[in-house]
Design a protein around this ligand. Sequence first.
Ligand SMILES: CC(C)(COP(=O)(O)OP(=O)(O)OC[C@H]1O[C@@H](n2cnc3c(N)ncnc32)[C@H](O)[C@@H]1OP(=O)(O)O)[C@@H](O)C(=O)NCCC(=O)NCCSC(=O)CC(=O)O
Length: 317
Amino acid sequence: MSSADRMEWTMNLIHAFLNGSNFQSEEIGAHRVKPLRDPVGELVFELLENVVRVDMKSPNPITTQLPMVSSPVPVLSCICLYLLVVRLWSAHIRSSRQEPRKEDPLALRCLVIVHNLFLCILSLFMAVGFIVAARFYGYKRIWGNEYVEREPAMNLLVYAFYISKLYEFMDTAIMLFRRNLRQATYLHLYHHTTISIIWWIICYRVPGADAYFSAAVNSGIHVAMYFYYLLAAIVGGDEKRKRKYLFWGKYLTMMQMLQFLSFIGQAIYAIYRPEFYPKGFGRMLFVYSCSLLAFFGNFFVKKYRRPRQTKTVTKEE
Ligand SMILES: CC(C)(COP(=O)(O)OP(=O)(O)OC[C@H]1O[C@@H](n2cnc3c(N)ncnc32)[C@H](O)[C@@H]1OP(=O)(O)O)[C@@H](O)C(=O)NCCC(=O)NCCSC(=O)CC(=O)O
């Protein structure tokens, strides 16, 4: 094999991995290789069809041409790797009894600021993009827009949104770099792993119509959330400054819960009007949004309500 052939073979193999089974029976370079099978992908499709009962039969012709969409293997690999790294890293922090950092090194501080600024701007771009695309494709309602296979701008935005969910794994890395295990909660890990699967499913099957609603609302909320984290990174550990600049965290959590309520509303609408969105997606959205609402409700009570209750009890005593 010449070096040019070898290079082409390698590039095709990477492409085949990123795109899963679509490329499995293709000729790789000048050398026909045995078709790779995608048993994990097949199993996931079986599960989605028969257990979750979402109809995955007509993949979107635009998004499935893009990396990491046509098979669930790449997204599942990223999630497994993510969970493994988080598990090992947090075990290391615990076993070596490292305390959360009081003051971040300059490089880490800059990384956190750039990361949050980037996600704040990207979220703003996507929120505005979804609204503009919805108007461009003539969506008449907030919910209940008919799904059309080819809406390239909308499809690409949903794809960007899905990929951004994978990039958000960096949030956990930031928590661990700062040795801040307090933040690496079940809620955080549950949210980061499941949201990327949910958006892979949507990106594969229905990257348009009412998908725009949850993506636009979530992007809007993320503008505020990453702005909050950006401020937190700039303010640093000073408690007085935190109280002054981050007092609105509570209202942000409330907005996140309102967001999940709006998704529950959308899901109920989709369940009763299945002509707009493929069967099963409403049910999936309903169960998923309820789980997030429960997690955030619990977070809200623990973070914002318990301390006050303790104070009252102490006063009464
Ligand atoms: C107010 C919240 C936005 C954040 O709650 P927190 O408890 O994390 O807030 P906090 O006040 O401790 O955050 C400040 C601390 O975060 C650090 N910090 C800065 N940037 C960060 C980043 N990108 N990711 C994680 N932490 C970061 C700061 O340095 C600071 O550390 P220090 O305190 O040490 O100085 C809340 O509503 C929330 O979302 N809670 C769930 C936690 C979570 O994982 N959220 C993100 C994914 S859920 C999501 O995204 C839902 C959605 O889609 O809406």
